[in-house]
Design a protein around this ligand. Sequence first.
Ligand SMILES: *Cc1c(COP(=O)(O)O)cnc(C)c1O
Length: 365
Amino acid sequence: MKFNKLLDTMPIYEAGKPIDLIARKYGINKKNIIKLASNENPFGTSLKVITKIKSSMNEMFRYPDDSMYELKNSLSKKFNVNKSNIIIGAGSDQIIEICVQAKCDKKSTVLMANTTFAMYEISAKKVGAKIIKTKDDEHNLEQLFDLYEKHGADIIFLCLPNNPLGECLDKNDVYAFLKKISKKTLVVVDGVYQEYASFKDKNKLINASDLITKFPNCIYLGSFSKAYGLGGMRIGYGIADKNIINTLNKVRNPFNVSTLALIAANEALKDEDFVNKTIKSNFNEMLRYEEFAKKKDIEYIDSYTNFIIYKFGNKFDSKILSEKLLKKGIILRDLSSYKMNAIRITIGTNKQNTKVLEVLNKLLK
Ligand SMILES: *Cc1c(COP(=O)(O)O)cnc(C)c1O
């Protein structure tokens, strides 16, 4: 059978390995497995959200409110924008896909950093767009601009902070860059880790309302999957000029987000304490991974997210190490699929991190 030719060269998204799979494969009790591979919230979901979902179960039979009034209302207050500036998706992944479908075809060009969120490239390849990447792995605005001048771009993806590397550009540098970009280019500012970055350093803070007012060709992306602990609910959002949102809504399928996901996200926004606790713990625990790296002479990238990268150079092999860790019930993210000899570790709870560092200490001898 013949399929769409575009799929022949399409990279496949490598998801963090599920706990059940490792339990089956290595015969390990599920309870003893630590998964720090998908940047999920180590504290799980806010209890307030869980209680709300339990009492909302009887709403399941209904199709969701396709205007998504309640959640848009809450988001519009949080971000100081109008409801007409907001689109909601089944994860911000879906918004990325909608942006690409709305803006690109086979003749389009999409520009991004060399090592950045895999869904940008996957979405662009699906529509046959040409992908251009910088030489540097991390975001380099000079290189991005040189490539922009040379090739143009229908979409530029900026991941602030960047997954899987963890680095983050300063807001001022981003704004200086955006000033030089034509209003015909859609710039996707992926801010799904902004809660973390802006806590660590105010210079990283991108204010969505300010961004879209100054640069009406930008869309800001946020997610409930990381700091808000709702990865399994699949819900995220985009904030942009209403002309952009109106067009994106033509591509969005009706009822693209489930009734319970909308309820969960709306409730999650009310529990700021949970998010603050998550972020404070994250950066306290991150210090332990930094100290460990220094002690072991392992290179790492200063991270503005809920994960940290260890780069091994020619000291260790990330693939072999990851396999050894799996056998011990620890799931981390090997970055060899990004052509990097490195691992990405999602920052866990204090207890999880103790265990991971203990095992790493033994394996990295
Ligand atoms: C996790 C992630 C997303 C997608 O999150 P959703 O779960 O789809 O909301 C988007 N961008 C980056 C950089 C991510 O790390």
